[in-house]
Design a protein around this ligand. Structure first.
Ligand SMILES: [Zn+2]
Length: 359
C-alpha cells in the first residue's frame, strides 16, 4: 500500500516554525513577493505603472514615480487598513490553511492571542477572497450533483413516549387502546427549526481514480426545479455525464446531459457503478466541520463556510506551502473586502447569499 499523501515528506514544505522564525521585515517581503512576484518592482495602484517606486521605509509605503500616489503592499486588498503585524497575519493564515476541517474563530483567537472579533473578521475576509476568486468555468466529463440540509438544529430521532405499566393496565381496564402516542412537534417549533436550515447544493467534477477534482456549491431554500435549472445553466457543460440521486427535480437534466441516477432508498451505488458518492463525501466532511469545528453556521454566512470547504476539498492533495501561498495570493488580488470592511463599525452584509438573488 502506498503511503498516504498527508504522511509523506513532500507535503511538509512549510511549517509554522518557518513563519515563527521570520522577522517582521521577512514577513513584509513575503507579502511583496506574493503580490508582485518579486521584491524589487511594484505596480502602482493608481496608474498601474510597474517600476522601482520611491520607498518610505519608516511607513513601508511607496510613492509612485509617475503619479505621486502613495500605496502599500496591502492597499486595495482585503487586508487594507490592517492593524495586525505582517508576521501575525502570516501565522494566522498558516493556522487557517493547515487545519483540515477548518478552524473556528474562537480557537484561532486563543492560539494567536488576538480578540475573538479580530479572528472572526480575519477568517471571513479569507473566505470572501476564496469565494470571489473561485474558478467559474463550466464542468465537463463526469459530474456528481446533490443537495444536503445544513444549519439550524440537528434532526432528532423519532421516539415514542414510554408508557408506565400502570397506565397501560388502567387503559386496558377502561377498554382504551394501548398504543402510546408519538410525541408531536408543534407547528411553531417545526417552523423555528426549519428557519435556519438551508440546502447546500454541490456540483463536483470527478476524475476516475482521483475522486472529486473541482467542487462548487450554492445555497437554496429547496432542492427543486429552479435549483436544478440553475445548475444546468451555470455549472455544467452541455453533454456532460451527470450523476444524481432519484430526486425528481433532476429529471430535467436528461434533456441537456447524459443523466444517470442511483436510487438511494435501495442502494448507494448500482451494480454498474453509477453513484453520486463524491457529492455525498463532500457533505460528510462539511457535516463534520459544522458539528465539530464551527458548531453553528448562520444562514447568512453559510455559503462562506461551504466555499471554504470546497477550497479545502479541491486542495487536499497539495502541499502546505502551496495552500498557504494560494490563499494569500487570492486575498491580495481580490480587491477591497466588500462584506467585511468596517464590520467593526457595524457595517453588515444585509442579506444571505441565496442563489437566485446574488449569484
Ligand atoms: Zn502611479
Amino acid at each position: 500500500m502506498s503511503q498516504h499523501w498527508l504522511l509523506s515528506s513532500a507535503v511538509r514544505d512549510l511549517s509554522i516554525m518557518d513563519i515563527a522564525d521570520m522577522s517582521e521585515e521577512d514577513a513584509f517581503k513575503f507579502f511583496c513577493e506574493v503580490r508582485w512576484g518579486n521584491q524589487t518592482t511594484q505596480s502602482c495602484l493608481s496608474c498601474g505603472a510597474i517600476d522601482q517606486h520611491f520607498f518610505r521605509a519608516s511607513r513601508r509605503q511607496w510613492r509612485c514615480k509617475h503619479c505621486d500616489a502613495y500605496f502599500s503592499v496591502t492597499t486595495k486588498t482585503v487586508w487594507a487598513d490592517r492593524k495586525l503585524s505582517f508576521k501575525k497575519l502570516l501565522l494566522m493564515l498558516f493556522v487557517f490553511t493547515s487545519s483540515p476541517n477548518g478552524i473556528s474563530a474562537s480557537s484561532l483567537s486563543r492560539k494567536l492571542g488576538v480578540a475573538y472579533k479580530t479572528a472572526w473578521i480575519f477568517c471571513h475576509k479569507l473566505r470572501e477572497a476564496l469565494m470571489r476568486t473561485e474558478d467559474k468555468a463550466l464542468m465537463s466529463g463526469e459530474v456528481h450533483v446533490d443537495g444536503g440540509h445544513f444549519g439550524g438544529k440537528p434532526r432528532s430521532g423519532q421516539f415514542r413516549n414510554k408508557a408506565k405499566p400502570e397506565a397501560i393496565a388502567e387503559k386496558i381496564k377502561l377498554g382504551k387502546s394501548q398504543g402510546a402516542k408519538r410525541s408531536k412537534i408543534s407547528r411553531a417549533n417545526f417552523e423555528r427549526k426549519k428557519r435556519n436550515r438551508r440546502i447546500v447544493m454541490v456540483v463536483r467534477q470527478v476524475t476516475p481514480g482521483l475522486g472529486g477534482v473541482r467542487t462548487r456549491c450554492f445555497l437554496a431554500k429547496a432542492e427543486d426545479d429552479s435549483a436544478a435549472r440553475f445548475i444546468a445553466q451555470n455549472y455544467i457543460e452541455k453533454g456532460a455525464l451527470v450523476r444524481t440521486d432519484e430526486c425528481p427535480a433532476y429529471s430535467m437534466f436528461s434533456s441537456r446531459f447524459i443523466h444517470e441516477t442511483v436510487e438511494h432508498s435501495k442502494e448507494y451505488s448500482t451494480i454498474d457503478g453509477v453513484n453520486n458518492n463524491q457529492a455525498e463525501s463532500f457533505f460528510s466532511r462539511l457535516r463534520r466541520s459544522e458539528y465539530g469545528t464551527f458548531h453553528r453556521m448562520m444562514a447568512r454566512y453559510m455559503l462562506d463556510y461551504c466555499n471554504e470547504m470546497t477550497w479545502r476539498e479541491d486542495h487536499r492533495r497539495t502541499t502546505e506551502g502551496f495552500r498557504f501561498t494560494d490563499a494569500l495570493r487570492r486575498s491580495l488580488i481580490v480587491g477591497y473586502s466588500r462584506w467585511w470592511r468596517c464590520y467593526g463599525e457595524g457595517v453588515r452584509r444585509g442579506s444571505e447569499l441565496l442563489f437566485n438573488e446574488n449569484k
